[in-house]
Design a protein around this ligand. Structure first.
Ligand code: ATR
Length: 281
């Protein structure tokens, strides 16, 4: 649609930013709901984050998403943070408040669980979840799973110390599993989550035998380029329900859209198809 002089403004801050799918996602919703608004890529160099975040409200921006490598800088740059942002230690959604101050949220955990709930409403919450990785994405997954009531999270990471540090933050929920023992740790699990970069385009696949995994368990790879990672493929071949990371990307975008543009957007099959077009299968 045409935008007017009164258009609401938002965007996504990152460096580089040209690969971001967020403008296409928000652009889809703006058009679908016929909203007078624009969502633009904001290429901000690492040294300029603080200054840019102070300038954007003055330029009329209502808020913006934050992607790599700025999520930790954004955490420091905002005036107030949500409980999720505090717990995850990173900000991916900034909203300008009435008084011009900046509110920082992290919607990755929400996106992670909203996608799982939408796609597999009966996912087994009452059994252990095996989480592979210990970076920012693993932190968001652990936060989401603990909030969803998963009592036992098994954490496996190549660098054991990172898994230990993460597990220490959820002492009642998380236990560390050696990276070499990840296949055995799938025994009895209701969910296996890959938050590592293994399986991404250009990276080695995640080597993970699924023999011990129960037939009704869900495999959730948060990688979405390609959509069907070797892990997702292997899970589907043996009949497990398997999810790619695209849904998480779409769901994590919804809270920001609602705040900036005033309407709760839906993650529909039509949206998924329109974004999938540009993603290698
Ligand atoms: P993010 O914040 O996006 O999760 P990250 O902090 O770089 O990214 O974490 C990437 C994850 O992929 C880490 O768990 C990393 O393991 P290490 O902590 O040992 O680095 C994991 N990873 C990356 N390459 C890997 C590989 N070749 N084998 C096993 N794990 C790997």
């Amino acid at each position: 649609m045409m935008i007017s002089g009164a258009a609401r403004l938002a965007g996504v801050a990152g460096w580089p930013i040209s690969h971001s799918r967020s403008p296409a996602i928000h652009g889809y919703w703006l058009e679908a709901y016929d909203i007078d608004g624009a969502y633009v890529p904001l290429a901000i160099q690492p040294n300029d984050v603080e200054e840019a975040f102070r300038a954007l409200p003055k330029l009329g921006f209502r808020g913006w998403n934050v992607t790599l490598p700025h999520k930790e800088a954004a955490f420091r740059a905002v005036d107030e943070r949500s409980a999720a942002a505090e717990r995850i230690g990173a900000v991916n959604t900034v909203t300008v408040r009435e008084d011009g101050s900046l509110h920082g949220d992290n919607t990755d955990a929400y996106g992670f669980i909203a996608n799982l709930d939408q796609r597999v409403p009966d996912w087994p919450k009452d059994r252990p979840a095996l989480v592979l990785g210990a970076g920012g994405a693993a932190r968001a997954a652990c936060f989401a799973l603990a909030e969803a009531g998963v009592a036992n999270i098994r954490l496996a990471n190549r660098t054991a110390d990172r898994a230990k540090a993460l597990a220490a933050e959820w002492p009642e929920h998380a236990e560390v599993v050696a990276w070499e023992d990840r296949a055995a740790a799938a025994d009895g699990a209701g969910l296996v989550v890959n938050t590592t970069s293994l399986g991404m385009q250009g990276k080695a696949p995640l080597e993970m035998a699924l023999d011990a995994l129960p037939a009704d368990a869900v495999v959730y790879d948060i990688v979405y380029v390609p959509l069907t990672t070797p892990l997702v493929h292997a899970a589907k071949v043996r009949g497990n329900r398997a999810l790619d990371g695209l849904g998480m990307l779409l769901h994590q975008a919804t809270p920001g859209f609602k705040r900036w543009f005033g309407r709760q957007p839906s993650v529909t099959e039509d949206l998924i198809q329109s974004i999938i077009k540009d993603i290698p299968q």
